[in-house]
Design a protein around this ligand. Structure first.
Ligand code: FES
Ligand SMILES: [Fe+2]
Length: 383
């Protein structure tokens, strides 16, 4: 029996968590992080059904640029095709299933390293040694995956049935209007990867609350954005939510290097608080006057593997400024300071999830978005 045949993959006590009031709710039970069967269900019910982020579109600027991304034990190859569109395919050769590539680069054709079948950038078979009839047939193509973008960030929807991102995050696009308005002028400042040996939800839940600034980031960020001040005013959280970090008196996150250009029509709150918006199931947008940082976990091949990615974008024109490199260095230094501080809790929670002594506790008010995510997650898992 496949997972889709059963009504719910949740145990009765897990199902009972759905709809629990915030004040009496507790975090997700360990089984939902550890159990390989739960992970298989997540692949089917979440990763393949939802929009999953991969990178910013400007990381594949030219026709023929390709890049492989491995997620949840599957491999996808992204290609900038001749028509300028970005296409995504399962990285599986139609002959015997070898991977077409494991790296990134630029090519005229995708050529399978095994028996040298070749495909054009649209995924059509264009060469098959000693089997030319297959090419003449025109029937053989790579299996294409639906691609979407938001703020120029690229997402895939494997099953092809998800509503468009513009619809899913219509409300979020309104909130982020100044950034959305210049989507096609944004280009990548950096992309950093922080792989970890723990479950993707630990990373994501960590990234969607500001409470832990009181512990993990006290020295690095506690002065700027005191953890106890975090709040949200979003109670409707079907497809996205957000939390706000008020700045300490007199502080803000304006760039001081002079190496970037602020956007126009910025909202009033931009100098009062650092806002983080979350789009389910894995995306976090941190909003700055000159930039948007998208942070997200890429779930690994097993429940205990994750790659946490920080990808920041700014206006392309910033790159012509003399201080651009200084700006970039400062932004990367921030990421390289903050994210490693998030490893300790994830690593140790992952270890402790196995202990019979562990019982998950209540949510702090500053963790409202974690509660919201957990509720959304339980609903997806068929509660
Ligand atoms: S598996 Fe790719 S050509 Fe044979
Ligand atoms: Fe953190």
């Amino acid at each position: 029996m496949s997972i889709t045949d059963v009504e719910s993959v949740l145990l009765p006590e897990e199902r009972a968590l759905l709809g629990k009031e915030f004040s009496v709710a507790t975090g997700l039970p360990p089984r939902l992080y550890l159990d390989p069967d739960v992970y298989e269900a997540e692949k089917e019910r979440i990763f393949r059904r939802q929009w999953m982020p991969v990178f910013h579109q400007t990381s594949l600027p030219d026709v023929g640029d390709y890049r492989v991304v491995d997620m949840w034990g599957e491999s996808f190859i992204f290609v900038r095709a001749e028509d300028g569109n970005l296409r995504a395919f399962h990285n599986i050769c139609r002959h015997r299933g070898a991977k077409l590539a494991v790296d990134s680069g630029n090519c005229k054709r995708l050529r399978c390293p095994y028996h040298a079948w070749t495909y054009d950038l649209q995924g059509h078979l264009t060469g098959a040694p000693a089997m030319a009839h297959l090419v003449r047939d025109g029937q053989t193509t790579l299996r294409e995956v639906t691609v979407g973008t938001f703020l120029g960030f690229v997402f895939i929807n494997d099953d092809g049935n998800a509503p468009p991102l513009s619809e899913k995050w219509a409300g979020l696009a309104e909130v982020l209007a100044p950034w959305v308005a210049v989507s096609d002028q944004l280009s990548q400042t950096y992309e950093l990867h922080f792989p970890g040996q723990w479950n993707w939800k630990l990373s994501y839940e960590n990234g969607i609350e500001g409470y832990h600034v009181l512990g993990s980031h006290l020295e690095s960020a506690g002065d700027l954005i005191p953890g106890h001040l975090v709040y949200t005013d979003i109670t409707e959280f079907e497809e996205w939510t957000g939390y706000y970090h008020p700045f300490s008196e007199g502080r803000n996150i304006r760039d001081t290097t002079g190496g970037s250009i602020d956007l126009e029509n910025l909202p009033d709150w931009i100098d009062n608080q650092y806002r983080f918006y979350q789009g389910w199931p894995v995306t976090i947008f941190a909003v700055q006057p000159e930039a948007v940082l998208m942070a997200f976990p890429i779930p690994g091949a097993t429940p205990g593997e994750v790659d946490f990615v920080w990808s920041s974008v700014a206006l392309k024109a910033s790159k012509d400024l003399p201080n651009w490199e200084a700006y970039k260095a400062e932004q990367m230094a921030f990421a390289n300071t903050i994210q490693p501080e998030d490893s300790f809790p994830c690593e140790t929670m992952w270890a402790n999830l196995r202990s019979p002594a562990f019982k998950t506790g209540p949510y702090a008010k500053q963790e409202t978005c974690v509660y919201q995510f957990d509720q959304w997650y339980l609903a997806q898992m068929g509660a």
